[in-house]
Ligand binder design. Structure first.
Ligand code: SF4
Length: 239
């Protein structure tokens, strides 16, 4: 059976990632939010530092938005940090909701990942890697195969040139040996508006600054996302 072969492969080849050693929903939510748009290698040290500083949902809930925004610097897509903070404030006050998508910044995938990896619910989180393996094999995997599918998609069943010769599913996979067109590249960060926003937020995170010293368009976008506030012509982090 395909799933048994996959799980056997995972037992020997699975990646040892820090968030796989816990079932704490808070820690898993932190990892999933960080992983939404940042690569695993970059997330690992940031995840460890985050949990050292704020080991529980209650500890993070007590932090100020300004501290959270500062701690998120360099991970990109800063709104994620702010939403994570809002989510754990809700959790600290009322506990974990049954429907995790009620939490700010938690979409269907992140909700499924926390439900499966922390609460042991029978729901398979389907990210890009998992979807790719599902589509290529045409097989319905169970929730038990979540982590294994992610690793197979990240290391063997790659987007363009899958390593079918090393794949534990090859003998039963109808897509074995195929090659795929390059995917659309992510737009360049260098010279983008995203970069201007990131630079502006970094300056404000260092210290409050007069609006006239900053990129006004970037400030406006950050203000709309509630990442900065503007009062009396001075831009600062929300307190
Ligand atoms: S045989 Fe190839 S295409 Fe099929 S799941 Fe394995 S790596 Fe992917």
């Amino acid at each position: 059976m395909l799933e048994a072969s996959l799980l056997q492969w995972y037992a020997a080849n699975g990646r040892d990632l820090p968030w796989r050693r816990t079932r704490d929903p808070y820690a898993i939510l932190v990892s999933e939010v960080m992983l939404q748009q940042t690569q695993v290698e970059r997330v690992i040290p940031r995840y460890r530092a985050w949990l050292e500083r704020w080991p529980t949902a209650e500890a993070l809930a007590d932090a100020s938005p300004a501290d959270v925004i500062r701690a998120w610097q360099g991970l990109g897509y800063n709104r994620r940090g702010l939403n994570l903070h809002r989510a754990v404030r809700i959790v600290a006050e009322r506990g974990w909701p049954d429907d995790l998508t009620e939490l700010p910044g938690v979409g269907p995938y992140t909700a499924a990942a926390v439900a499966c990896f922390a609460f042991g619910r029978d729901v398979l989180p389907v990210d890009t890697n998992v979807r790719r393996v599902q589509e290529r094999t045409g097989y319905e995997f169970s929730a038990d195969a979540g982590q294994a599918l992610m690793d197979l998609g990240a290391t063997i069943c790659l987007a363009r040139v899958p390593r079918c010769e090393r794949c534990p599913l090859a003998s039963k996979c109808p897509s074995r040996g195929r090659r795929y067109e390059p995917l659309r590249k992510q737009s360049r960060f260098e010279g983008s508006f995203r970069q201007r926003r990131a630079r502006t937020l970094r300056l404000v995170a260092e210290t409050a600054r007069p609006l006239e010293q900053l990129d006004a368009e970037a400030v406006e976008a950050l203000w709309r996302d509630e990442l900065v506030r503007v009062a009396d012509g001075v831009v600062s982090l929300p307190q």
